[in-house]
Design a protein. Structure first.
Lengths: 198, 440, 311
């Protein structure tokens, strides 16, 4: 599918500033780092979680436990999407029992990924509380879900897509708004795109 | 009277392979010549109505004789009966067929031989000759009443379907059958060596994980039977030879001048074990499809006369029986309607088998060996004939087959070259029509 | 890789990429399996039926566990209690199950090709859980998974499979898979159980175990069916064990830390000594765990998407 880049929403500095702010908010809201753990949602949520871990370590001198969550097995659209998603490993090398779990993702869209992530997290144990941190909230929620930490609220149309590029995984470091001509959700669009939009 | 004009007549008995006209009167070949004038024909007809068929572009063979068919009647009429088998035969170009004795009950008494003949008369298509069992109930132990069976109309003896395991029983049978002058048809298979196998023991059995049937399970019995034929002076015909080792033994035996003939099935000349897949039960046959080397050795033997004749081993089985996992499906390939077209396609048009040799091996040699009508188009002979159109194309379709079963590996294949008209005793018993795809 | 396959019938038909994809998917499945709460919503509303024409505890239980963890409904048909014993044909039995809207049939059958047969006649997905002496693809995949976990990339690894190769669907599928992944496989057994035509499988054949052990990264012992002795295929357990039985002492000949695998159930003291089976070299229980993970991966791949879901 053709995707046309419309505008750059955020550059590398913007991303850095926002993550710094979120890191502070996390510390503030949880009154420190006690029992706080980070769980990044594959794929870009993992990179963001790592960066938050790094930043919090710089500010507080504490390296928070960090895990990786693959929500594929919890998706509610397995029966409708055309290409079967590849299941990746979930690696949460600590118990979430009684913890303050911060789920980290790049874009909050319909809320379905977050819903899946909540279920996936709770299958790992019973956290004290689960919070959600996202870089971009682009609206269009389909489920009653909101983020606790939002980098930027970005009003979008459903025709558009938001692409978060991080240098660990991509060629650049930016957030780009793109146009998806002709369709709301393309069944042919690659999975990583579907996931990062969500 | 029938005046068949301008056909390429293939008749090895007269050493004939030429464009000819042929006159048929009173069910017999009257005369054959390069050309008849209308005057001549009219005078030969003697006032009888003259039916003219233009055979231009087609070949005329003496009716094919298949010495190895299983017609399943009595007892397993859901697979085939004598009438459906006879119809399948004439559609496939066969004017005479030998029906094997492994029915239920086994044809081991004169009454059953006569039953087969009576049913064939009722069907009125091909000539059906019963082969009677060698041993009672085909149990491999006590000999049947061979004289009575021969007098009832049996043309040979065989326990085909299973090998006679006891060498002593085989020796006695060869001795005793001498009284009848009829050949003993041996199904060469050592049960211990075959050991419940499914496919040829070799690369295919290893690949598919199916129990193998080694070549020696056949060749050991071929060797045994040849030695017994030599010792007894009995008349021996070896059914469905499938491997090179057997061919070598037969070749040696023939050099010694033994009274032995052998047949090969078209599927053993066309396919080999590499063709088998686990779900293609139509390839499951006994003896099994062997290696490509065996296939070449068999063809060579057919060409040099070591193997005397072609035979279909027509073995009909129902769809239900063949629609099972490979190991559980019965052995056998349905052959009467497809074999001539298949041999033509795979062996004649590819230049591997001359048409003269095909006719000799599928008509003249069987007629001679089993002392049957037909086998040639010599004047005075019964007019058993097949008109073959090498340009006729058709796809083998299950619904078009006259046989009650469709267990052929050729299903849904398109062939070019089909028998288009078949006469038995001067009577037109089968004719291809446009509509049915194959034949009416 | 985009998964397109609807059936797992044998290893032969799988590409190297497909095998890698299965093993890759088995990894997260193993993580789930090792959780205290092992239950996923993934295949909620899907049903997997196990049609077993041959006695089996471990394979059937393994499949059932795998299906249940993924959230599918699972059921089993053991032949003795079913209408199969009333003479119903395999095709009719399977059609009946398909008519009940089952999504996946896992079949074990005594006849080679039974799974392939069903795949040709039914629209639903089929997994071969062992067909006669032909194939046992899920066992081979779990063996490969176990080897890969312990050895890393299988390319160039030396694997010895010893025992009754002729009658072993496990060996057949393993040779096929391991060679596809680049391993060097040697089959070892007495000539009666390792006839020369088995070279078609693509492995080296040998009749002497001791000369094949040096350098081996893994040795897989196969179960010896004791009734083969009555068929004359080997003279006695004593002699068999002397020539082809695995022991700690014998394993030292490899000159390295060699893994020992066995598909089970074991005849302790025949193809493997008890002492070796209990040692840390033996990965036999790990194989069982991995079996569930690999089967979870397969069930997910076959029914956890749209492509492979039938209308």
């Amino acid at each position: 599918m053709e995707r046309i880049a419309k505008s750059t929403i955020m550059d590398a500095n913007g991303i850095r500033r926002i993550l710094t702010r979120i890191a502070h908010e996390i510390i503030e809201k949880n009154k420190g780092t006690k029992d706080v753990v980070l769980i990044g949602i594959r794929r870009r949520g993992v990179t963001l979680a790592k960066r938050l871990q790094q930043l919090i370590c710089e500010f507080e001198g504490v390296k928070l436990p960090m895990g990786i969550l693959d929500i594929t097995l919890y998706r509610d659209d397995l029966r409708t999407i055309d290409v079967q998603p590849v299941v990746q490993e979930t690696a949460v090398p600590f118990s979430v029992q009684g913890k303050q779990v911060i789920l980290v993702d790049d874009v909050l869209f319909t809320g379905r990924t977050a819903r899946a992530a909540l279920d996936a997290t709770m299958d790992l144990g019973r956290p004290q509380r689960i919070q959600l941190a996202v870089l971009i909230d682009r609206g269009h929620r389909e489920l009653p879900i909101r983020a606790d930490y939002v980098g930027k609220n970005l009003p979008t149309s459903r025709r558009e897509s938001v692409s978060v590029c991080l240098r660990e995984a991509d060629d650049s470091e930016e957030v780009v708004l793109m146009d998806k001509p002709g369709c709301l959700i393309s069944w042919n669009c690659p999975l990583n795109v579907l996931q990062q939009d969500d | 009277m029938l005046w068949l004009k301008n056909a390429e007549v293939v008749d090895p008995a007269q050493d004939l392979l030429a464009l000819s006209d042929i006159l048929v009167k009173d069910g017999k070949i009257l005369e054959i010549s390069a050309f008849f004038s209308e005057e001549t024909v009219r005078s030969r007809a003697g006032g009888e109505e003259i039916k003219i068929i233009d055979g231009r572009g087609r070949l005329l063979f003496p009716g094919l004789i298949d010495v190895h068919t299983h017609l399943r009647e009595p007892g397993q009429e859901e697979k085939e009966d004598i009438a459906s088998g006879a119809q399948a035969a004439v559609r496939g170009g066969f004017t005479s067929i030998l029906a094997m004795a492994n029915t239920k009950p086994v044809v081991d008494r004169r009454a059953l031989v006569e039953f087969v003949i009576a049913q064939a008369k009722r069907a009125g298509l091909a000539r059906v000759y019963p082969v009677a069992a060698v041993t009672k109930g085909m149990n491999g132990q006590e000999l049947t009443e061979m004289i009575d069976l021969a007098q009832g109309g049996a043309v040979g003896f065989s326990d085909d379907g299973r090998g006679i395991q006891s060498a002593e029983v085989m020796r006695l049978a060869l001795e005793y059958a001498k009284l009848t002058g009829l050949p003993l048809i041996s199904h060469c298979e050592d049960d211990d060596l075959a050991g419940g196998g499914i496919v040829h023991k070799g690369l295919a059995s290893a690949r598919l994980g199916l129990k193998g049937i080694p070549s020696c399970s056949e060749s050991i019995m071929v060797a045994r039977d040849l030695m017994l034929a030599e010792e007894t002076g009995g008349s021996l015909h070896l059914a469905h030879i499938s491997c090179k080792q057997s061919v070598d033994l037969i070749r040696q035996a023939k050099q010694k001048g033994l009274n032995v003939t052998a047949e090969v099935n078209p599927h053993h000349l066309i396919f080999c074990d590499e063709n088998i897949t686990l779900t293609a039960t139509s390839f499951k046959v006994n003896p099994p499809l062997r290696t490509a080397d065996d296939r070449e050795a068999l063809l060579e033997a057919l060409l040099d006369g070591t193997i005397d004749m072609l035979a279909t081993d027509h073995a009909p089985h129902t769809w239900e029986e063949k629609t099972r996992p490979f190991a559980e499906a019965p052995f056998g390939i349905n052959g009467l309607e497809t074999s001539l077209a298949a041999v033509w396609q795979y062996l004649v048009t590819t230049g591997k088998l001359p048409v003269r040799r095909l006719t000799e091996a599928w008509s003249l040699a069987p007629a001679r060996r089993f002392n049957l009508a037909g086998g040639s188009l010599k004047p005075g002979q019964a007019a058993d004939m097949v008109l073959f159109d090498p340009d006729c194309s058709a796809t083998i379709k299950a619904e078009d087959l006259a046989s009650k079963s469709q267990n052929t590996p050729f299903l849904n294949q398109e062939f070019k070259g089909f028998p288009v008209m078949t006469w038995v005793g001067g009577c037109l018993v089968s004719q291809l029509t446009e509509k049915s795809g194959i034949m009416a | 890789m985009i998964w397109k396959r609807k059936h797992i019938l044998d290893i032969e038909s799988l590409s190297r990429e497909e095998i890698s994809h299965i093993l890759h998917t088995a990894k997260p499945m193993k993580e789930v399996l090792l959780r205290p709460l092992k239950k996923l919503p993934t295949l909620r509303g899907k049903s997997v039926l196990h049609l077993f024409y041959e006695a089996s505890t471990r394979t059937r239980t393994s499949f059932e566990t795998a299906g249940k963890i993924l959230g599918a409904d699972t059921g089993s048909i053991a032949v003795a209690q079913s209408s199969v014993s009333k003479g119903e044909s395999l095709l009719d039995t399977a059609k009946t199950l398909a008519a009940m809207q089952v999504d996946l049939v896992v079949i074990r059958h005594t006849s080679a090709g039974a799974a392939a047969f069903l795949s040709e006649h039914l629209k639903i997905g089929i997994i071969n859980a062992g067909d006669g002496q032909h194939a046992h693809p899920t066992q081979a995949l779990l063996d490969m998974f176990t080897l890969q976990e312990n050895l890393g990339d299988l390319a160039g690894k030396k694997i010895v499979i010893v025992g009754d190769i002729l009658h072993s669907r496990v060996a057949r599928s393993n040779v096929c898979g391991l060679t596809k992944m680049g391993a060097e496989v040697t089959l070892v057994g007495p000539p009666t159980l390792l006839p020369p035509e088995l070279k078609v499988l693509g492995a080296r054949l040998s009749h002497v175990l001791d000369t094949e052990l040096p350098g081996a990264d893994a040795v897989m012992a196969l179960r010896l069916q004791l009734e083969r002795q009555q068929s004359g295929l080997f003279p006695s357990l004593r002699e068999y064990s002397r020539l082809y039985g695995l022991s700690g002492q014998r394993l030292e000949k490899t000159g390295k830390k060699t893994l020992v695998l066995h598909p089970g159930p074991m005849n302790r003291g025949v193809e493997i000594t008890s002492e070796l089976a209990n040692s840390h070299y033996a990965k036999i229980e790990e194989q069982v765990t991995n079996g569930v993970a690999v089967r979870m991966a397969l069930i997910y791949l076959l029914v956890g998407g749209t492509n492979n879901v039938m209308a």
